[in-house]
Design a protein around this ligand. Structure first.
Ligand code: BDR
Ligand code: CA
Length: 305
């Protein structure tokens, strides 16, 4: 199975991405680290623990708490989208265990260095933990296969005209990521706003099993999306890992803006004009939305809970 680490800020779509990563037999989730993003890091850590505990994996998948705030920019949450708790609408109880004592950065370092083969890093929140990791322990880069990161857009943002939420939240960390030299797959709004969960998928989800019921409850409290459907942004990373054939990518250089009105913008060198044809990322540009919906139901439906 593919060894991955998720760095996450649950968050409703993060919770769904974790659900897929925990349960799909083709993925071996080694560690979950939490970062401030959709809500504060104490809440994102608790929410990650709730999901791991929901599937009874607390002895197998450690959860570590990470950065409380972006590198430089003041912290702003997205509670208006994900609710005050970050995962509203379902009662996970009070007994969902504890984060390990190590910080996210120490846990990331130890897990990546101990791995017997290069590991895939899957960030679905802002990239603060990873930026700190790379500056403190640059040697980890050699043992990372690739980073499959939700965030960014070649088009309009969902925070500002230019910027997507994860990159807007910590633009300086996003710049560190894209400048790191580690292969990156940019799973941005270019596909996540195409792969909308349809009303029909949502209807079917609730009846599948306990997991479907849980995710349906969370998604019903999600402030993102509209009549055309609901974006499950972070889930697209896991879909990419399992079904790359359903996603079209384009290699290009991506620069991240850290100042001014374009702060957090991922500027893709679409014309290959500015970096002599050199590239630092595979950018996801198209997705088979029907295949995504079908897979979403199959994944959840196959969980024995
Ligand atoms: C990203 O922002 C967050 O609110 C979601 O969880 C996702 O990671 C989408 O822009
Ligand atoms: Ca997220």
């Amino acid at each position: 199975a593919l060894k991955i680490i998720m760095d996450t800020d649950p968050g409703i779509d993060d919770a769904a991405a974790l659900t897929m990563a925990i349960n799909d037999p083709a993925i071996d989730l080694k560690l979950v680290t939490a970062v401030a993003g959709n809500v504060t890091v104490d809440k994102t850590t608790a929410n990650a623990l709730k999901i791991v505990h929901f599937f009874g994996k607390e002895n197998e998948i450690p959860v570590a708490a990470g950065a409380k705030q972006p590198l430089i920019k003041p912290f702003e949450d997205a509670a208006r989208i994900h609710g005050a708790s970050g995962m509203p609408g379902y009662d996970f109880g009070d007994d969902y265990g504890h984060a390990i004592e190590k910080s996210a950065v120490e846990a990331l370092h130890d897990e990546i260095m101990a791995a017997d083969e290069p590991i895939t890093l899957v960030p679905t929140g802002s990239y603060t933990n990873i930026a700190i990791l790379f500056s403190q322990y640059p040697e980890v880069k050699n043992n990372i296969k690739e980073i499959v990161a939700m965030g960014g857009t070649l088009q309009e943002g969902n925070m500002t005209s230019a910027a997507e939420f994860n990159c807007f939240t910590d633009p300086h960390a996003a710049k560190v990521l894209y400048d790191s030299g580690v292969p990156i797959v940019m799973v941005g709004l270019d596909i996540t706003l195409k792969a909308l969960l349809t009303a029909d998928t949502l209807d079917k989800l609730a009846g599948l099993n306990k997991t479907g019921e849980m995710l349906h409850a969370l998604i019903t409290h999600y402030g993102d999306g509209g009549a055309e459907g609901i974006p499950m942004h972070d889930v697209n990373t896991i879909f990419y890992l399992l079904h790359p054939e359903a996603i079209t990518t384009k290699e290009m250089w991506v620069d991240v803006q850290t100042e001014g009105p374009a702060m957090g913008e991922t500027v893709g060198d679409i014309r290959g004009a500015y970096h002599d044809g050199k590239t630092n990322a595979k950018v996801c540009v198209d997705i088979d939305a029907a295949a995504f919906n079908k897979w979403f139901l199959e994944e959840i439906g196959s969980i024995k809970d």
